[in-house]
Write a protein that binds this ligand. Structure first.
Ligand code: HXC
Length: 285
């Protein structure tokens, strides 16, 4: 789909790039010609990920930085090192996230804070440091924020801290897309539906039965492949999308469309039976 030079001349940082969708994006960026930086909390995971990323293309450069995005000073120092190592940075993907299932009345303030700190404050920290670097150096840049389908419109039961944090990240995406267009900085978001990565599924979909129910809600009747999301991310991080900013692209196999008022009818009986009922209701039948 993309050429080896779609992202050439670009260095992109993916937070939480050591595993899951972050790693899938890092690999896709490397295949499309980018130099890639990843950060996360666990060094061993990052070390292995860098080896995997560099295998994606002859000459691909990948580096890791051990950094908890909740810590503004560490984020500042990470960017300083990254700029020294790569010469410049053109893109940021705020992918690092935290989430777990809990009845909201049972949440501890610490649990709420842990997730909102990673998701919202972490995204702000990286965006703020990167944005200042771009503005101070009169450089254009591109920021992609990973949100969720429940960040806008519905919220979501049992994942309150994530719903609040991601809604904030979406608001930040749109606010800064306007404010920083002045500096040639684009911000967009991706809202993924069900993508079964270890990090998310172990915390959010602990039982096979739940996964089956998840899939039932998806009109395309399957979960997403990391590659499918990574392709969208390449597009949004590349100059192919140069006129897009402030947009949130949903990639969920149609899951969000469940809300359509009469969509539930489809689950009541086989389509052939439904069609007979519809025909019988037609005037003159
Ligand atoms: C209730 C919990 C909890 C749980 C942690 N806490 N897990 N409370 N149920 N399952 C509480 C702790 O008791 C503690 O509260 C506070 O949260 C902080 O916990 P720590 O373990 O000390 O924090 P930390 O090590 O920083 O871990 C952060 C974390 C953890 C968010 C809690 O889950 C994490 O590191 N996650 C990173 C990876 C991840 O979550 N990936 C999934 C993202 S998927 P007290 O009161 O003791 O301080 C995603 C996609 C959504 O977001 C869309 C899906 C379809």
């Amino acid at each position: 789909m993309f050429k080896e030079d779609t992202l050439s001349e670009k260095t992109i940082l993916i937070t939480g790039g050591g595993s899951g969708l972050g790693l899938a994006m890092a690999k896709a960026f490397a295949r499309a010609g980018a130099d890639v930086a990843i950060c996360g909390r666990t060094e061993e995971k990052l070390q292995n990920a860098v080896k995997e990323i560099e295998k994606e293309r002859a000459g691909a450069v990948a580096r890791y930085y051990q950094c908890d995005v909740r810590d503004y000073d560490r984020v500042t120092s990470m960017f300083k090192h990254m700029i020294e190592d790569f010469g410049s940075v053109e893109g940021l993907v705020n992918n690092a996230a935290g989430n777990f299932l809990s009845a909201s009345e049972d949440l501890s303030p610490g649990g709420f804070k842990a997730v909102v700190d990673i998701v919202l404050h972490g995204s702000f920290n990286c965006t703020h440091v990167f944005g200042n670097y771009l503005i101070d150096n009169d450089k254009e840049g591109n920021i992609l924020n990973m949100v969720t389908t429940y960040a806008e419109g519905t919220g979501c039961a049992f994942v309150l801290p994530s719903a609040c944090g991601k809604a904030g990240v979406l608001a930040m995406t749109k606010s800064l897309a306007f404010e920083w267009a002045e500096y040639g900085i684009r911000l967009n978001a991706i809202a993924p539906g069900p993508f079964p990565t270890e990090g998310a599924w172990s915390r959010l979909v602990p039982e096979e039965k739940m996964e089956k129910e998840f899939i039932k809600k998806v009109p395309l009747k399957r979960v997403g492949e990391p590659e499918e999301l990574a392709n969208l991310a390449v597009f949004l991080m590349s100059d192919l999308s140069s006129y897009m900013t402030g947009e949130c692209v949903v990639i969920d196999g149609g899951e969000r469309l469940q809300a359509g008022q009469f969509n539930f009818i489809d689950g009541l009986m086989p389509r052939s039976k439904l069609k007979k009922i519809f025909k019988a209701m037609k005037p003159g039948s």
